[in-house]
Design a binder for this molecule. Structure first.
Ligand code: FAD
Ligand code: UDP
Length: 377
């Protein structure tokens, strides 16, 4: 028999990691779940809302959903309809707005050439600085496109975003942005690319709408963990904080978001414009492109990288991986607590990867086979 008032799970954080697990545990396994978040809202960093002007904006910067996982896409499709959307980005370089990722058009316009896809391979080979080992974020770019494009498109953006030179970051960071020799100017090449039709927050509301799920906002778990009885914890906050920084602080990079609404229908010529070399911000996002909303005003967000502030990005480099490994050992030894998500596992994960990680955790916890519980064709 279940003790009255006892929760099966205390879930710390109402972002993807916490909400997916809450949904699965409550809906499929019939568990009683308490989700708390120290913020005043659900959806974690994916939170969106209508601002004072009535424009749907993403509070924590642009979130574009893309995945190659059919399981993840079908899982989320239980909670939202979608708006087809393929993301495009321009980079402001030497007074021109050029496609990012670098593609055939970027190269032709930057160098004033008229190469074909076939010729551009040869051209890239002639300017590439070949590296024997691809270890860093510098290696991965110069090895493919040489020093000049690296400096114009990657070096300064990376220094601004991370406060580190690309040579100090793992290759995986700049490798997120491919180099193309065709004219494909989409930011992502995944098989599923779409935005939740009514926004992310609405999707999370549906996910968490279950009689077995209780939600406490504006609540740090430390303030309730000794008062509210529960059997196990799912923790999705920063892993070093959980252990009171016992091995020292794990570096997380932060951002300051400056939101602005303009009294004009359209502000810029692309959803996102990157500023690798100018300004203190890295990019400007114009939300209406992402959401498809029609409105006579338009809202933007500028991202200013910061060393201090809310933890947004784990910083992928060897010394941080070493420090994280120590926290991972502690986490593995901590009975009754499951660590899930971008901050708790110190992984530079996109939304779909966090959903997949949470579904895998659910399978591990419960031994359930069909964690997504969605129809297979
Ligand atoms: P979070 O969303 O960070 O949720 C963790 C929650 O735990 C937070 O709400 C926090 O308040 C809460 N919490 C922490 N500690 C405590 C505590 N002690 N007590 C109570 N609550 C606590 N991904 C994409 O796929 N596409 C994109 O375009 C994209 N763009 C991004 C842009 C930016 C600027 C950023 C920062 C991230 C972007 N991401 C994108 C990544 C995406 O935000 C994450 O993958 C995802 O939101 C991580 O979910 P999570 O549940 O692990 O963490
Ligand atoms: N990057 C860059 N120039 C660009 C775009 C990206 O140098 O115009 C590098 C930079 O280091 C950035 C990384 O590639 O942090 C990953 O870019 P992405 O757009 O995936 O970053 P996110 O959306 O996660 O902030």
């Amino acid at each position: 028999m279940r003790e009255a008032g006892m929760f099966d799970y205390l879930i710390v954080g109402a972002g993807y990691a916490g909400s997916v697990l809450a949904e699965r545990l409550a809906r499929v396994s019939g568990k009683r779940v308490l989700v708390c978040d120290r913020r005043s809202h659900i959806a974690g960093n994916a939170y969106d809302h209508y601002n004072d002007a009535g424009v749907l904006v993403h509070k924590y910067g642009p979130h574009i959903f893309h995945t190659n996982s059919r399981e993840v896409f079908e899982y989320l499709s239980q909670f939202t309809e979608w708006r087809q959307y393929e993301h495009r980005v321009l980079g402001s370089v030497d007074g021109q707005l050029l496609p990012i990722p670098i593609n055939l058009d970027t190269i032709n316009r930057y160098y004033g050439l008229n190469l074909t896809s076939f010729q551009v391979e040869e051209f890239l080979n002639s300017i590439a600085e070949k590296r024997e080992q691809i270890r860093t974020s510098e290696d991965v770019v110069v090895n493919r496109v040489g020093r000049e494009l690296y400096e114009k498109f990657f070096r300064n953006y990376t220094r601004k975003q991370w406060g580190l030179d690309p040579s100090e970051l793992d290759a995986s960071v700049t490798a997120r942005v491919p180099i193309r020799t065709n004219r494909d100017d989409r930011y992502f090449a995944d098989s599923y690319q779409a935005m939740p039709l009514h926004g992310y927050t609405r999707m999370f509301e549906k996910m968490l709408d279950h009689p077995n799920i209780k939600i406490m906002l504006n609540t740090d778990y430390r303030d309730i963990e000794r008062i509210i009885p529960y059997k196990e914890m799912i923790y999705t906050g920063p892993v070093d904080e959980f252990f009171d920084f016992r091995h020292g602080k794990l570096p997380y990079r932060s951002l300051e978001f400056k939101h602005e609404t303009k009294d004009t229908e359209v502000y810029q010529s692309a959803p996102v414009v990157n500023y690798p070399n100018d300004n203190l911000y890295t990019r400007i996002t114009e939300f209406k492109y992402l959401t498809g909303q029609e409105h006579r005003k338009t809202s933007l967000v500028y991202e200013y990288p910061r060393a201090e502030g809310d933890p947004y990005y784990p910083v992928p480099r060897p010394e941080n991986a070493e420090l994280y490994a120590k926290y991972k050992t502690l986490a593995d030894e901590t009975q009754g607590v499951h660590f899930v998500g971008r901050l708790a596992t110190y992984k530079y994960y996109n939304m779909d990867q966090v959903v997949a990680q949470a579904l895998t955790t659910y399978k591990k916890i419960t031994g359930e086979r069909d964690a997504a519980n969605v129809p297979q064709s």
